[in-house]
Ligand binder design. Structure first.
Ligand SMILES: Cc1cn([C@H]2C[C@H](O)[C@@H](COP(=O)(O)OP(=O)(O)OP(=O)(O)O)O2)c(=O)[nH]c1=O
Length: 186
C-alpha cells in the first residue's frame, strides 16, 4: 500500500477523494527556511526530503511526499510563525497575483520520481478588517501563505490559472501521472 509521508489533513482528504488507498506516516524531516532558493527547487527538495525520511522506515514500499509554498514578488511565504506574520502575509497578497508551488516526490528505494506544479492565484483587495477577522478565525496558521482556498479564503480569490488541488496541497492529476509513470497501482 502507498505510504503518505504527510501530516497534512488536506493531503489525506484529497487522496481519499480520488479513491486511493494509503497509510499515513508523517515525516519528521525538518523543513529548511524557505529564504534563498528558487521556489521550484525549494519545494522539490522539501518533498524529496520528506519522502526519503519516511522511505527509510519502509523498504520496498512506495512513499509519497509533498511540499507547498506561496511565492510573490521574488519572496517565498511558508506557514506563518504566528498571527502577526499571518496578517503581514495577507497584506502582501491583497489585490495581487501570486503563485502556489507544490512539489511531489514518489519514491521506492533508489527509484525517485518528482514533479513541481505551479498555480497562479489572483486575490481581490482585502480590507484590514477582513484580514484581522480572518486571522482571528484561526484558518491561516497551518497553511502556506496564511490562507486556505478550500475554506473562508475562497472568498478572497478572483480567479486561478492551473490546478485547484495544487493550491490545497496535492495536484491530483499530476500525482496520478506520476503513479502511471512509476507503474504504481493504487
Ligand atoms: C495555499 C494553501 C495551502 N494549504 C496548506 C497545504 C499544506 O498542508 C500547507 C503547506 O505546508 P507544507 O509544509 O507543504 O505541509 P504540512 O506541514 O502541512 O504537512 P506535511 O509536511 O506533513 O506534508 O498549506 C491549504 O490547505 N490551502 C491553501 O489554499
Amino acid at each position: 500500500m502507498l505510504i503518505l509521508a504527510s501530516g497534512s489533513p488536506r493531503r489525506r482528504e484529497l487522496l481519499t477523494q480520488i479513491g486511493v488507498a494509503y497509510m499515513v506516516n508523517p515525516s519528521t524531516y525538518s523543513e529548511e527556511s524557505p529564504k534563498k532558493k528558487n521556489p521550484e527547487k525549494y519545494v522539490q527538495a522539501q518533498a524529496l526530503g520528506k519522502a526519503r525520511d519516511v522511505a527509510e522506515k519502509f523498504p520496498g514500499q512506495w512513499v509519497l511526499g509533498a511540499d507547498t509554498i506561496v511565492a510573490i514578488d521574488g519572496e517565498m511565504l511558508g506557514k506563518p510563525r504566528n498571527e502577526a506574520a499571518a496578517v503581514e502575509m495577507l497584506r502582501e497578497l491583497s489585490g495581487k497575483k501570486h503563485s502556489v508551488y507544490t512539489g511531489i516526490a514518489l519514491i521506492n528505494g533508489h527509484k525517485e520520481y518528482t514533479k513541481v506544479v505551479e498555480t497562479k492565484v489572483w486575490f481581490r483587495r482585502l480590507s484590514e478588517k477582513e484580514i484581522k477577522a480572518y486571522v482571528a478565525f484561526g484558518e491561516p496558521l497551518d497553511k502556506a501563505g496564511a490562507y486556505g482556498i478550500q475554506g473562508r479564503a475562497a472568498a478572497f480569490v478572483d480567479k486561478i490559472n492551473g490546478s485547484y488541488t495544487n493550491v490545497v496541497g496535492l495536484p491530483l492529476s499530476q500525482v496520478c501521472k506520476l503513479f502511471h509513470k512509476a507503474k504504481v497501482h493504487v
